[in-house]
Ligand binder design. Structure first.
Ligand code: KQY
Length: 382
């Protein structure tokens, strides 16, 4: 595998929007007992349901440890799901996998950001994280994709969303957090995003959702639904700690234009709950020094915005909540060309994220409007 010393922007590569065609989606099999209750068994059922839902629309590759291969293979019984053996620390491929970039010549490459488990030794969620930091490189190796490595620049894929037309949204709570890149200021971070994703404009929301243990990843709070239009998690309840966060985000979105000069249209998505883990759910998580505290008093950062766009479909979480039906209707109205599939998201939420966080799309390569994989079986045009 080649690691390049140039940047994607200088080589003519950019990050496509999530709705651009994919060649596949990636996932990692959960098993970490100090994050997933009951040795990961309920989470494995939840991840299997997500993988199978995606596999109805596009191929899925699931990374799995040697010890779990047999079990995962048996549970992921779908013709469109491939397993590869990769060692990981946990199962959040949105954050540990590569951010894929593509060019007009039909090539796909990957950005391998430095990963520090959402904050390293200042509020990070576990240690060690070295195997997770190697996930992007291993995926790029398997795919035969060239790699850009941002050694020393920490970023997780869940902390950014792009429109594919030069605009990126993120949160100050995460990207300006002192536990990510304390040596860089806002302008320096914007420059790195520009160089690696071909971004002309960064929209900085102040915060993400309340109690999001990632320090406010945008993918749990606000996402693009098309260029110039975003979907924002929303509450009108002034007593909800999310209320000032939603208001602040709305003020920013209403006051900014995107890279193409468009005023941004904001759609609202209700927040489920408030959701809390039960005593029984918390008791099922192994106690281990340095891992996340689990307690029924802690509000879970549940969000319907944490969905994945796949080829022809939307895979979104449901929570057995009265707002589930409204969330599905909102998504279906925003994506009339896609089939919205709601999959149980509670077990994934108990681990600290949701469907977008546990998946990573790999874009299909285009050459002059033709899907490259129709033309070639060569490396990295899959
Ligand atoms: O939501 C994510 N992108 C990752 C969450 C990590 C939680 C670990 N407990």
């Amino acid at each position: 595998m080649t690691t390049l010393t140039t940047t994607p922007r200088s080589d003519g590569f950019s990050m496509p929007a999530e709705w651009a065609p994919h060649s596949k989606a990636w996932m990692v099999w959960p098993e970490r007992p100090d994050n997933w209750r009951l040795g990961g068994k309920p989470a494995q059922a939840a991840f299997s349901a997500v993988a199978k839902a995606i596999a109805e629309f596009e191929p899925v590759t699931v990374c799995v440890s040697a010890g779990q291969f047999e079990n995962a293979r048996a549970r992921l019984d779908h013709r469109n799901i491939r397993l590869v053996e990769i060692s990981t620390d946990d199962a959040w491929v949105r954050d540990t996998g590569p951010t894929f970039v593509s060019n007009s010549g039909g090539e796909v490459r990957g950005v391998d950001w430095t990963f520090n488990a959402w904050g390293g030794f200042e509020g990070g969620l576990y240690w060690p994280w070295q195997r997770d930091d190697q996930v992007a490189r291993k995926i790029l190796e398997i795919e035969g994709c060239k790699r850009y490595r941002t050694e020393g620049f920490v970023l997780e894929g869940g902390s950014i969303h792009v429109d594919g037309e030069g605009t990126l949204i993120t949160t100050e709570e995460c990207l300006l957090n002192h536990n990510r890149n304390p040596h860089l200021n806002r302008e320096q971070i914007e420059k790195i995003l520009d160089e690696h994703l071909a971004i002309d404009k960064v929209i900085w929301l102040p915060d993400g959702l309340f109690n999001d243990e990632t320090d406010g990843h945008v993918d749990n709070f606000c996402c693009y639904v098309k260029p110039g239009e975003v979907l924002l998690a929303w509450t009108d309840d002034q007593t909800d700690p999310n209320y000032p966060r939603c208001q602040a985000a709305m003020r920013v979105l209403e006051s900014q234009r995107d890279a193409r000069g468009r005023q941004i249209v904001v759609h609202k998505m209700p927040i489920p709950g408030p959701l809390h883990a039960t005593q029984e759910e918390c008791a099922g998580v192994d106690l281990s020094a340095g891992s996340q505290e689990r307690d029924p008093s802690i509000r879970l950062a549940g969000s319907y915005v944490n969905f994945l766009i796949v080829n022809g479909g939307i895979i979104a979480p449901k929570f057995d909540d009265p707002k589930d039906a409204e969330a599905q209707a909102i998504l279906q109205a925003l994506f009339p060309q896609h089939r919205v599939v709601m999959v149980p998201g509670r077990e994934i939420l108990l681990g600290g994220g949701n469907i977008h966080c546990i998946t990573q799309q790999q874009p299909a390569a285009y050459l002059s409007g033709t899907l490259m994989y129709e033309l070639s079986a060569g490396a990295c045009v899959v």
